[in-house]
Design a protein around this ligand. Structure first.
Ligand code: NAD
Length: 716
């Protein structure tokens, strides 16, 4: 053995060839600080060893290297930008060391080579992939850009246009695609991967391949004349501006860095990359997006654990109600491999449900994600039925009939009597207490809420609502089933509105009060969309949710939290509802809706809605963007904090993810609690105090005040 550590081994093969294997103790190889230090030590040894003729890089695992160790980022990124530049430089120097080995190098890329993993391959002379290879630079998804030489080497290997596309979208490629774009030099089968890489290395050593020339290209300025450069970079900047927007600075910084470095040699270009990386590492959006990644890992980890402790594995599901939600749930279950019976009392509803599923699958086929056989298989695994008998063998039942406590109670009771003793029963209710529904059942331990969001196939969140009698085994089985359906489950305790709607309604109340005080709802939407970053402002969101549904929910919330969420006099939501303006569903709400060329609803300002509001609101008053944001967001944040303090949601991470996955909270802000951390808790308390006179939803809890005084945060 020429070098050995718990992460890397270097062994001698025949003819002076060294085989450098990434072989971490965990399940995957990643670049943490220790691995980088080991790489440096191993490379320095290889550099000194005159007997070495060439180096073959590989991995002992199914994946090459999945990237940098993201868990190390946030504490390191707390350092000053000036300190971060030398920190990232000492890491990127290791990649230069690899590139500067005095002998040819070839890498065999199995599975993922992402981020730092991809950048390692760029530092090698030749790259060989197989059918499992997935290679790419996803750093922008974390609000960053490549920091180990990716912005320097990739444009010099595959050209600036291609490289900017890779880096600014963060999408990975398979080996064939990467070969077509000029990154991978050979593609073979997994069995032959190392043999082909070795033979390529032997050819390079024998002088049959001009590895020095290939390497030299990476050390020089980009080969672009002035006109080409102007075209390339202005097109890339235009594309990035249109797609990423101002809230996501990383792709633009990456393009600007590549542009500024185009005329420089490797050392000059690397210095610019080091600076660009350090600058992005200090942005709030990078902190938020890295936080999101870590929170998502936590949720996935909990779901994996749940699958191990679940009371039973779910292999067969049944959905009661084939409406908007039931149809979507049955489709989602079947498309992820769990067959589902879809039961309704109405034949037409069943036909509609099957029709929707077929449309969604046809779209997948159109996009090349599914073939006709796969589509037929999914459709065959949804069984429409009018008979209760068809649900009796189900491991899990998701009730999604009309939102009426009496009907739901009767349906759940009747269903429970048919099921085996260990079958699980869940309800997709949005407003009815899980504990009260459980009163209809003789096995309440097998029952919980399973709250999906509309449209089911697109919204990642499922709230799993634990009632007071729900067993932990049931919770675990439902979490595991939701994860199997490709969803992100978050377990919450029963309370009015559960978690997501409980924090959404104070936000709507803040909006209603603003409108009553004379704010223009279109201006509120504009500020909340363009400046805060919500996909829809509150008026538009209310129209999409349905003003009838929202009106009904405000009753439930007022009954649950009578002082804090009491109904407002002249609530604009109530006024819309009473004027039969239900939103998108009947074409009129705050806005009026017509169909565009593709049949999708298109909103427009409507004089009738303005007139309606003029009758109940104060005279038109100008509010600043800061005012609008504070008056809607403070109530939402306060309620999120209350849910955390009351244990409705288990952690700040899950609270943030719930609102991102369930409501589309702007990801670059990381969630409401990360947003408060970014503002600073003391600043948030001062802001809320300014509006405290408007009502209880603006008043911070005693614990929040104490945390602020103590300098605490929600995230480390
Ligand atoms: P929907 O009106 O579209 O569908 C309800 C379906 O239930 C209808 O097809 C009806 O025929 C059927 N049904 C009625 N009684 C039945 C019975 N006894 N047995 C079987 N089927 C019966 O309603 P939806 O929007 O799909 O909502 C269903 C549930 O999901 C409600 O509890 C609702 O609160 C909840 N939910 C809705 C949304 C949403 O955005 N629509 C979001 C989350 C949760």
């Amino acid at each position: 053995m020429m070098y050995q550590s718990p992460r890397i081994t270097v062994e001698q093969l025949a003819d002076g060839i060294a085989k450098f294997t990434f072989n971490a103790e965990g399940s995957v190889n990643k670049f943490d600080q220790q691995t980088l230090a080991d790489c440096k030590a191993a490379l320095e040894q290889l550099q000194q060893d005159k007997s070495v003729t060439g180096v073959l890089f590989s991995s002992s695992k199914d994946n090459f290297i999945v990237g940098a160790d993201i868990t190390e980022f946030l504490p390191i990124f707390q350092r000053d930008e000036q300190e971060l530049v030398p920190w990232i430089k000492q890491a990127s120097d290791v990649f230069d060391l690899c590139e500067d080995l005095p002998v040819p190098t070839v890498v065999a890329i199995r599975g993922f080579a992402l981020g730092g993993g991809c950048e390692w391959t760029l530092a090698c002379d030749y790259r060989v992939g197989d059918s499992s290879t997935k290679i790419g630079l996803p750093e922008v998804k974390l609000g960053l850009m490549p920091g180990f030489g990716g912005t320097v080497r990739l444009p010099r290997i595959i050209g600036a246009d291609n490289a900017m596309e890779w880096i600014t979208t963060g999408k990975d490629r398979n080996a064939v695609k990467a070969q077509q774009e000029g990154l991978i030099d050979a593609v073979t089968s997994p069995e032959k991967l190392e043999a082909v890489a070795l033979s390529m290395l032997q050819d390079a050593i024998a002088g049959k391949l001009d590895w020095q020339q290939k390497r030299a290209v990476k050390l020089q300025p980009l080969k672009l004349n002035k006109t080409e450069a102007t075209m390339s970079f202005s097109t890339a900047k235009g594309m990035v501006f249109a797609t990423a927007g101002k809230h996501y600075p990383a792709p633009m910084v990456a393009v600007q860095t590549i542009e500024a470095a185009a005329g420089l040699d490797r050392a000059g270009a690397m210095a610019l990359e080091n600076q660009g990386f350090a600058k992005l590492a200090k942005t709030d959006s990078a902190t938020a997006q890295i936080g999101l990644f870590l929170n998502d890992q936590l949720i996935k980890g909990k779901a994996k654990k749940a699958a191990k402790t679940a009371s039973k594995a779910v292999n067969k599901a049944a959905v009661l109600g084939a409406g908007i939600m039931g149809g979507g749930i049955a489709y989602q279950s079947a498309s992820k491999g769990v067959p589902a019976v879809m039961k309704d009392i109405n034949q037409q509803a069943l036909e509609l449900g099957m029709g929707e599923a077929t449309k969604l699958l046809a779209k997948q086929v159109e996009r090349g994600r599914l073939d006709a056989v796969g589509m037929a298989k999914v459709i065959a695994s949804i069984t429409p039925s009018l008979s209760y008998d068809s649900v009796k063998d189900a491991d899990i039942v998701v009730e999604a009939v009309v939102e009426n406590p009496k009907i739901k109670g009767a349906v759940l009771k009747e269903t429970e009597a048919l099921l085996s003793d260990d079958a699980i029963l869940t309800s997709n209710t949005s407003t009815i207490s899980i504990n009260s529904l459980a009163e209809n059942l003789s096995r309440p331990q097998n029952f919980c809420g399973m709250h999906f969001f509309n449209p089911v196939h697109r919204m990642p969140l499922v709230e799993v609502i634990r009632g007071k009698d729900t067993s932990e085994e049931t919770v675990a089985a439902v979490v595991a089933y939701a994860a199997k359906m490709g969803k992100s489950p978050i377990v919450v305790n029963d309370c009015p509105g559960f978690f997501v709607n409980r924090v959404l309604f104070p936000y709507f109340a803040g909006f209603s009060k603003l409108v009553l005080d004379g704010a223009d709802f279109t201006q509120i939407d504009k500020v909340m969309e363009k400046q805060f970053g919500w996909p829809m402002g509150p008026a538009y969101l209310l129209d999409v949710v349905g003003l009838d549904t929202a009106f009904h929910c405000t009753d439930v919330m007022a009954a649950g939290f009578p002082t804090r969420m009491a109904k407002l006099d002249n609530d604009p939501v109530a006024a819309m509802y009473q004027a039969n303006r239900y939103g998108q569903k009947n074409g009129f709400g705050f806005y009026a809706y017509s169909k565009d060329a593709k049949g999708k609803p298109k909103k427009a300002v409507d004089d009738a809605s303005r007139e309606l509001l003029a009758g109940i609101c104060h005279n038109a008053t100008e509010f600043s963007a800061e005012d609008i944001i504070a008056r809607t967001m403070v109530p939402m944040i306060n309620e999120t904090i209350r849910c955390l303090e009351e244990g409705i949601v288990a952690s700040a991470a899950e609270a943030d993810m719930g609102l991102i996955y369930g409501l589309g909270f702007p990801p670059f802000r990381g969630g409401p609690l990360r947003y408060v951390d970014t503002l600073g808790l003391a600043n948030f308390v001062a802001l809320a105090d300014k509006y405290a006179h408007l009502g209880e939803i603006y008043q911070v809890t005693d614990k929040t005040r104490a945390m602020a005084a103590d300098g605490q945060r929600f995230f480390p």
